[in-house]
Design a protein around this ligand. Structure first.
Ligand SMILES: NC(=O)c1ccc[n+]([C@@H]2O[C@H](COP(=O)([O-])OP(=O)(O)OC[C@H]3O[C@@H](n4cnc5c(N)ncnc54)[C@H](OP(=O)(O)O)[C@@H]3O)[C@@H](O)[C@H]2O)c1
Length: 274
């Protein structure tokens, strides 16, 4: 068995994906994936290539999206690509206008585009822009996107899938203040609005992922030898949520981490004090 499969099974648990069910359910559906030019978003787009659905892919790297479209359209799915920096007012407006022209609206929005920064607070004292740019893509952009697309999703009893992180539910760790604060902000926002949305037929799913092997973690040297979920495993979890419609996925051990957070406070403080 390949090493990544052993890690996925032992640390993250097995995931059985019923591909037939997925194909039937997604047939003819309009599925938006933000941040589809790389990592989890890109792998998700490829995983849905065998389904007769319409994928709408958005990211800044238009060339990368064009290559992905070419590959996928050799299979079953139809693909529309849109090059946009979702932090840019003009570009996000143009994208939202485009979304409203899609016949039959939207069925699933996978809010996946994101940015992570690892930096000590002492190296951030003159870098306020690190905090504004992470908030812009990890919080403001998905909020703005959903404010515009909720009516489209509601018409189709659609689904919102938020690609989040286990850090949103655990005591925060140093060096990742910008990332954790911005991911937690969107997590809280979405959990606050979820009951209202669900009452109107829109499903809301949050996928709390641990470390995943994608280009996002490559610059962080400390992560090189840490066990990380394969992006294929993360994609299976997201695909499964499209038919299970469960409110959340979290790894089995997260609960123990949350309990430890309550009893030990911040684990980092606990280990450093002694
Ligand atoms: N990797 C992990 O360990 C991990 C763990 C938990 C959660 N997550 C979450 O998973 C999601 C995907 O991350 P990943 O690991 O797949 O990272 P990735 O490979 O770096 O992909 C990030 C995607 O977001 C897009 N993006 C970033 N800034 C954007 C902007 N301003 N406008 C439009 N698109 C933008 C990027 O496209 P362009 O650069 O082309 O714009 C890219 O397609 C993120 O929300 C992340 O927080 C990741």
């Amino acid at each position: 068995m390949q090493k990544h499969k052993i890690i996925d099974l032992s640390i993250f648990g097995p995931i059985y994906l019923n591909k037939k069910k997925l194909k039937t359910l997604l047939d003819g559906k309009n599925i938006l994936i933000t941040g589809a030019s790389s990592g989890i978003g890109e792998k998700l787009a490829y995983a849905l290539s065998e389904v007769s659905c319409h994928l709408i892919l958005v990211a800044r790297r238009g060339g990368k999206l064009a290559d992905i479209k070419k590959d996928i359209e050799m299979k079953c799915a139809k693909v529309s690509i849109f090059q946009a920096d979702l932090r840019n007012e003009t570009e996000i407006h143009a994208f939202l206008t485009f979304l409203h022209t899609i016949p039959n609206g939207l069925d699933i929005v996978v809010s996946n585009a994101g940015l992570s920064i690892k930096r000590s607070i002492y190296h951030s004292l003159d870098r306020f822009h690190d905090f504004t740019r992470t908030m812009a893509i990890n919080y403001h952009a998905p909020v703005q996107l959903l404010l515009s697309t909720i009516p489209l999703l509601q018409k189709n009893n659609g689904q919102i899938i938020n690609v989040s992180t286990v850090n949103a539910l655990l005591a925060p760790v140093p060096y990742f203040a910008a990332y954790q604060a911005s991911k937690a902000a969107f997590d809280v926002w979405l959990r606050s609005v979820a009951p209202e949305l669900m009452a109107k037929g829109v499903s809301v799913t949050t996928i709390y992922l641990p470390l995943v092997k994608t280009p996002m973690i490559v610059p962080t040297v400390a992560y090189r030898n840490k066990p990380a979920m394969s992006s294929q495993h993360a994609v299976k979890i997201i695909c499964k949520s499209m038919y299970s419609k469960k409110k959340k996925y979290q790894p089995w051990w997260l609960l123990w981490g949350q309990i430890a957070s309550v009893f030990l406070g911040n684990f980092w403080d606990f280990t450093k004090k002694r």
